[in-house]
Design a protein around this ligand. Structure first.
Ligand SMILES: *Cc1c(COP(=O)(O)O)cnc(C)c1O
Length: 397
């Protein structure tokens, strides 16, 4: 697709297949399991605080680093769940979602030509954020497990990780729990990441927006808790996934003061501030009792099981995720051409359901690695999921 006005560094980022699939869902009246946002409201304790804040001083520019109340709540939450201690004044920055935290981090930390190591497939915004900073991607492939195999997880080859690091490598961008694979990096895998980061003197940026959406058998470990890493790591989080408020865009970055100061410098000229009335609301959410956080994970795990069982019953080989909103299907078992994009284009007609081709999550030139995979979201109401599974079971050939 030609994009005549688009600057060279953003060529290739013009349109995504997600827009095509959502349009297809609307045009065909299909159930949209392509997009990963919940269709139920967040906890009343959180929503009520936002409602009450509108019409007050909270409507005006909050302090640049975020409201003191939210920064304190972010620090207390990281202490409670990860045992990590951050100074709310110097080591916590509120951002316009995790997306801005990540982009501001790349703009602040990466020089043109610097290399960024990350595990592929990647969340949509990573490659664009690195490109905006003039950085160069060094992807390390994650390999999918065989579908329909319980307990099998995505893996990577340690040699690939070591080989991705060179003299120009500036930082490693980690995402655990990982979107789109649903992988939770194990302690042993994180030990290896730590070894590589420390040996090469890299910075680490770790996107942990799904920290509370982890299912039984897996345990989330923040990379900042590994020996030697806190002093060179930015932990990025968000209220969007945890409180079903993805449109509020309240995120954060926590780390040692000089790193946070660097990110704040970029952030102040991107958005300056955002989400005034939502900041106290997310602060209230972060202070909810442990039972809330355990509850959302259990609830989502049940939905995962409904979708994965439904996919398998419909003859679609599914990979059960350890966390997040998403499950993948390997279409090699159901299509001779193994083409996930063609599968997704046909699915609305065949079943009245929309999914997204996962090849889009691999970086330029690597889409073939994920060509046979498609992603389904299960963060949907019971009746929506049941209807989707029902439709898939009646799917035409
Ligand atoms: C949803 C998501 C984000 C974006 O979070 P926001 O707070 O909405 O900006 C970042 N990283 C991953 C892996 C995500 O899935």
């Amino acid at each position: 697709m030609s994009a005549p006005y688009l600057a060279g560094r953003l060529q290739g980022f013009g349109t995504t297949v997600f827009a095509e699939m959502s349009a297809l869902a609307t045009a065909t009246g299909s159930i949209n399991l392509g997009q990963g946002f919940p269709d139920t409201p967040g906890p009343a304790e959180v929503l009520d605080v936002a409602r009450a804040a509108i019409g007050t001083d909270a409507d005006q520019y909050p302090p640049g680093p975020g409201t003191p109340g939210l920064r304190a709540a972010i620090a207390a939450h990281l202490e409670r769940f990860r045992g990590l201690s951050y100074d709310p004044d110097a080591e916590v920055l509120v951002t316009a979602g995790a997306t801005e935290a990540l982009t501001a981090a790349m703009l602040a930390l990466v020089e043109p030509g610097d290399e960024v190591v990350l595990f592929e497939p990647v969340y949509d915004s990573y490659a664009a954020a690195v490109a905006m900073a003039g950085g160069v991607l060094r992807p390390v492939p994650l390999a999918p497990p065989p579908a329909d195999t319980d307990g099998a997880v995505w893996t990577f080859d340690p040699a690939d990780l070591r080989a991705a690091v060179g003299p120009r490598t500036k930082l490693l961008l980690l995402n655990t729990p990982h979107n789109p694979t649903g992988k939770v990096f194990s302690r042993a895998e994180l030990d290896l990441v730590a070894e590589v980061v420390l040996q090469a003197g890299l910075l680490l940026v770790t996107d942990e927006v799904y920290e509370h959406l982890v299912f039984s058998g897996a345990g989330h470990v923040s990379a900042a808790t590994l020996p030697g890493l806190r002093e060179r790591t930015l932990v990025v989080g968000s209220g969007g996934k945890t409180f079903s408020t993805t449109g509020w865009k309240v995120g954060w970055a926590c780390g040692p003061a000089p790193l946070v100061a660097a990110v704040r410098t970029a952030k102040q000229f991107l958005t300056y501030v955002n989400a005034g009335p939502f900041q106290p609301a997310i602060a209230a959410g972060l202070a909810l009792p442990d039972a809330y956080f355990a509850g959302i994970a259990a609830d989502l795990e049940r939905r995962r099981d409904v979708l994965v069982a439904g996919l398998r019953a419909a003859g679609l080989p599914a990979i059960a995720p350890e966390a997040t909103y998403f499950a993948m299907v390997d279409v090699r078992g159901v299509r001779d051409d193994a083409d996930g994009l063609a599968f997704c284009r046909d699915l609305p007609e065949r079943a009245g359901v929309v999914a997204v081709p996962a090849g889009a999550f691999w970086t330029a030139g690597h889409a073939d690695r994920g060509r046979h995979l498609v992603r389904f979201a299960f963060c949907k109401r019971d009746e929506v999921l049941t209807e989707a599974v029902d439709r898939l079971s009646r799917m035409s050939a």
